[in-house]
Design a protein around this ligand. Sequence first.
Ligand code: PMP
Length: 448
Amino acid sequence: MNNKNNLIDLDKKHFIHPTSPIKQQQEQGAKSVIAEGEGIYLKDVDGKTFIDAISSLWNVNVGHGRKELAYAAQEQMSKLAFSSAFSTFSHEPAILLAEKIAEIAPDDLNAVFFTSGGSESNDSAFKLAHHYWKLKGEPKRHKFIARKKAYHGVAAASTNATGISEFREMGGLHVSNFVHVETPYEISTSEAVASIRDMIEREGPETIAAFLAEPVQGAGGVIIPPRDYFQEVRKLCDEYGILFIADEVITGFGRTGKMFGLEHWQVTPDMMTFAKGVTSGYIPLGGVVVSDSIHQVLKERSTGTLFHGFTYSGHPTAAAVALKNIEIIENEQLVQNSQAMCKVLLKGFQKIKEDIDIVGDVRTLGLLGAVEIVKNPETNERFSSEVNAAPKVIDALHERGVICRSVTFGGTDIICFAPPLTINEAQVNDIVERLHDAITEVREAILV
Ligand code: PMP
């Protein structure tokens, strides 16, 4: 049995962590070595309990320690752990999952291409969109419009779709098909939509394959759009005949208080990518759902093989876990709970804003929430980046047994929340209380 110090030594020697400060890992060791999870709680190897207020990576929607999901994997693995879906081979779990996703996805989104995660899903959506246009006789449509502050993953194309420059600059793989427009953060719908229109006109409408957006930008800082934004975006895409791809990787499967985020604004995309909440992170799985009209073109105009597919596209064990996970979301009415707990979380955030004079905008949509730390809430003036305001709050929360994330791109200090959808009122209030304490402590430290 490895003790904690031994694990931390081995971690430093052999584990290159994803999206992590490597110097900090080497100097301070892993932040926590997590050993167990149950409901909204995680426990580290020392036995210290944390509230997982970000559902690990915005994905553990049904909470930790769900034995039903372990049994679903065990049952499927014992019968048929893996079998390919290439060359038209098929199997029951993937067929039933595709049917289930078609049932819960909005309107005419009825056909699914499976992947193992969000980045692969977005890369697949781009390739399928271009393939669709080629089959339709418009091969010049090869460009994609994404937004600033967007996060769409780190595979070759999704890295370039991402609007956070730190990710795009890493690795030097510059795919030139992507351009970025303004996102509706601190600007109006009309300004944000005008920025898309200008870009379409500048690039040439006949070259644009699709517009891509997260219904709520997650990694960009839980940016919730104005009420009319997506309806205007949909109209604009229709005006120019451009496909609209919704990246529902975070917002899918109940996270925002609807099964899928765009449902808040009664807007249906042409393609929707998903991952994370589809299995609540118990096993990797993602995918792209396309509309009937796109599927129709693929079915009727393709000749030969669709030269795109991952070994694990439609993985039977992952599909079996996803089916059980969606069953839990439905049976336990977790979408409704997300809606109900949204109000409790917002009320808590508003009280913190009233009490502490370094809290700016607070917002929630379902169980996605954000609290902004600012120098002056009246003018929205920010602390300089050397103050490290948001990371300090994250550390103070960690000391108080709460795990969540901060966003500091572009001079912001945003604390993000996305607890499991199983959370109850007392647990939401517990997070709020600890947050109140943490911000109060940080305020005292930085305003001396
Ligand atoms: N899209 C969005 C909106 C995401 O938040 C993420 C992951 N945080 C991705 C895509 C990429 O997903 P993955 O890390 O599973 O590749």
